[in-house]
Design a protein around this ligand. Structure first.
Ligand SMILES: [Zn+2]
Length: 309
């Protein structure tokens, strides 16, 4: 991990290992393989805010766009996804016909930029953005933070630079590649039961966890805060019932959400595997790992600002 700060011993003396769920590895209850997070230095994320940066109502189901705003001790502010930016919120027609089919209900006040200011923080302090993928609803707001470094998988960047697709907006990709970005590929480490993850350059405690399916290079983002992890799974699932019990108050729309998830997936065959891996993680570590996604309103409503002890 590249960081200008000297590595310090992990504040937590020992952290639990996680069974590895490797697609290619035989699964055995008797002899699970474990990974110890021995190399993780002291984390620097001090507070995580949960922002809804874009409401949509596809098929009549209200969906949020769940963005994480991380305050760090030494690295300014870090966004996990950006949601819809100010200019696109002011004129949603720029998002294209496909977006309008999702019935966007947007205001500039819902942009990450405006919500950061409302929290009394300075948007100019956003130094890094970690993108689960480059769909317009996840990266539109990057243009509001032109000096931030954008972290993403190389596969996702390559897909977005390829043949035009409605999910990627040219202006967003041009703004991204015209600025600062870091694309991750190649060998990576095991984390949270996933066989491959990238520690983010210069950002202790944040990891990119490839989880393809929704898009070609889709990834989850793991954020370590204090003794816990938050795993933002992006669009790897759409409804909380995919990885755990369904909340009666938010059960409606489950089938329509599932249909939408399949319609928008680049590779539907991976949806079930991703759900299974995430549900295993959520069930086995319900007290130390919070698994959430981008568009589920129940999980967003359940989330509260969290500060490291
Ligand atoms: Zn999305």
């Amino acid at each position: 991990m590249s960081s200008n700060r000297p590595e310090r011993a992990l504040a937590i003396p020992r952290f639990v290992g996680f069974p590895v769920s490797d697609d290619k590895a035989p699964r055995s209850r008797k002899a699970p393989r474990f990974v110890i997070d021995r190399e993780v230095p002291e984390v620097t994320v001090t507070t995580v805010h949960h922002l809804n940066c874009g409401t949509f109502k596809p098929l009549g189901v209200q969906m949020v766009t769940h963005v994480l705003l991380c305050e760090t001790a030494d690295d300014g502010l870090v966004l996990v996804d950006t949601g819809i930016g100010m200019s696109d919120a002011a004129d949603p027609s720029t998002l294209g016909a496909a977006a309008n089919l999702l019935s966007p209900d947007l205001t500039t006040g819902s942009s990450a930029y405006c919500q950061i200011r409302a929290l009394g923080l300075d948007p100019a302090d956003v130094t890094n953005i970690v993108a689960t993928h480059l769909d317009y609803d996840h990266i539109s707001g990057a243009s509001d933070f032109p000096h931030a470094m954008v972290h993403l998988t190389e596969v996702e960047l390559t897909a977005a630079l390829g043949a035009p697709q409605p999910r990627y907006r040219r202006a967003h990709i041009d703004a991204l590649t015209g600025g600062r970005f870091k694309a991750y590929a190649g060998t990576c480490d095991a984390l949270l039961g996933f066989s491959g993850a990238y520690p983010l350059a210069g950002l202790d405690g944040l990891w990119l966890v490839p989880l393809q399916g929704h898009s070609a290079g889709h990834a989850a983002v793991a954020v370590r805060i204090g003794n816990r992890w938050i795993l933002h799974a992006g669009d790897a699932f759409f409804h909380h019932s995919a990885i755990g019990p369904s909340a009666p108050t938010h059960a409606s729309g489950r089938r329509r959400t599932s249909l939408l998830e399949k319609l928008l997936a680049a590779d539907r065959s991976r949806i079930g595997t991703n759900h299974r891996r995430l549900s295993e993680l959520a069930a086995s570590h319900e007290h130390d790992v919070q698994v959430l996604c981008s568009h589920d309103r129940y999980l967003f409503d359940q989330s509260t600002t969290e500060s490291a002890p």
